[in-house]
Design a protein around this ligand. Structure first.
Ligand SMILES: [Zn+2]
Length: 356
């Protein structure tokens, strides 16, 4: 009798959890986290100092704690895990050891991020620490064809050169066509799940022209389409380019990923290794501090790079994009990704034939 009851309870529990999983709108992006508690710790926190912790762009409400020596930092585990980008970690099981301290469970940021391949960037004075999933060490399923489109300006300001500025009407029609034909515009970090995405495509816009905010952004909102903007950090205060506020507004929409296009848009292959390092790294840090997310994609100005560029980028970036060429196939060198240029002279017929 008792045995039968246990079976029934078990069945009821199973069907209830299946029902909850089905009813939950987030069930596809549920993050499974296993917590395993350690004993109450005193040592790691005895000489603590406090610092701001950003996880995937979000500032944790409780400050992080730094241990003496500065090599390890601790965050409130529940807040940290909650701030992780759920789309990025969709379907993953993360294991996390927590340490009880002063009535709360903490995790060691360095240990957790190293184990999960999350990128860490620490301010030199140890006052801030950024943890960015997308910029970390993650695998791309291989052999998937992903066209990467290259745009620049949008609208009627032809300052960059008429060919580089598509009309707003053309772009509207192109986005509409991609949507109608079942393409899914993604960000580079979505390549993590490329095997589950229907007709993935990457839309990229170079140089950060002001019309990316005034013309492009409303279209992205109209179609709920994702795009990547390559920003030249040294142009941020130029009246012809998007400013800091506009970048943050576009990022907050969940439609725009902000990535690097160096500091001053110089031809990298004409610079010394030292100058290249400055162009590539300073711009990355400036954008990181603005967006609180570490950029992990570089667009080489005018597509130009050399061996030294690639050596620097292999340690600082996950992806690098050039100009011209065929569609990217995942597994090909991620630092030499070709892009399909879309220009003012690209006709609707040409565009439609390219993206069947
Ligand atoms: Zn450019």
């Amino acid at each position: 009798m008792e045995k039968g009851l246990n079976w029934r309870s078990l069945l009821l529990l199973l069907s209830l959890s299946a029902l909850f999983a089905f009813l939950s709108p987030d069930h596809e992006i549920m993050l499974h986290v296993f917590l395993s508690n350690q004993e109450e710790a005193e040592e790691p926190f005895t000489a603590k100092h406090k610092l701001d912790i950003y996880v995937d762009g979000k500032l944790l409400s409780s400050p992080g704690l730094g241990a003496e020596g500065g090599t390890k930092h601790y965050a409130v585990a529940a807040e940290f895990l909650d701030a992780l980008d759920k789309d990025f970690w969709a379907g993953e099981t993360l294991r996390c050891e927590t340490i009880p301290y002063a009535g709360r469970d903490y995790l060691c940021i360095e240990d957790f991020c190293t184990a999960q391949g999350i990128s860490l960037y620490r301010e030199a004075d140890d006052s801030k620490l950024w943890c960015t999933s997308a910029a970390g060490d993650w695998e791309v399923p291989q052999g998937y064809r992903v066209p990467v489109l290259m745009y620049h300006g949008v609208g009627e300001n032809l300052r960059p050169g008429a060919e580089l500025v598509v009309t707003t009407e053309s772009l509207d029609a192109q986005l509409n066509l991609l949507r109608e034909r079942g393409y899914t515009p993604i960000w580079f970090e979505d390549l993590k799940h490329v095997d589950q995405i229907e007709k993935p495509i990457l839309l990229t816009f170079d140089d950060g022209y002001l019309d990316n905010y005034t013309e492009l952004f409303p279209l992205l909102q109209k179609y709920r389409i994702k795009a990547t903007l390559f920003i030249v950090s040294g142009y941020l205060d130029s009246p012809h380019n998007v400013n800091r506020e506009q970048i943050l507004e576009m990022q907050a929409s969940g439609l725009v990923s902000i990535q690097c296009h160096t500091q001053y848009h110089l031809d990298l292959d004409t610079l010394s290794a030292e100058q290249q390092e400055e162009e590539l790294c300073w711009s990355k840090v400036e954008l990181l501090k603005l967006t609180n997310k570490e950029p992990y994609v570089i667009a080489y100005p005018r597509g130009r790079q050399n061996e030294e560029t690639l050596t620097i980028c292999r340690k600082d970036y996950r992806f690098g994009v050039k100009m011209g060429g065929p569609a990217y196939v995942t597994g090909d060198d991620p630092l030499l990704i070709h892009r399909i240029g879309i220009y003012r002279s690209t006709t609707p017929e040409e565009f439609a034939a390219r993206f069947p």
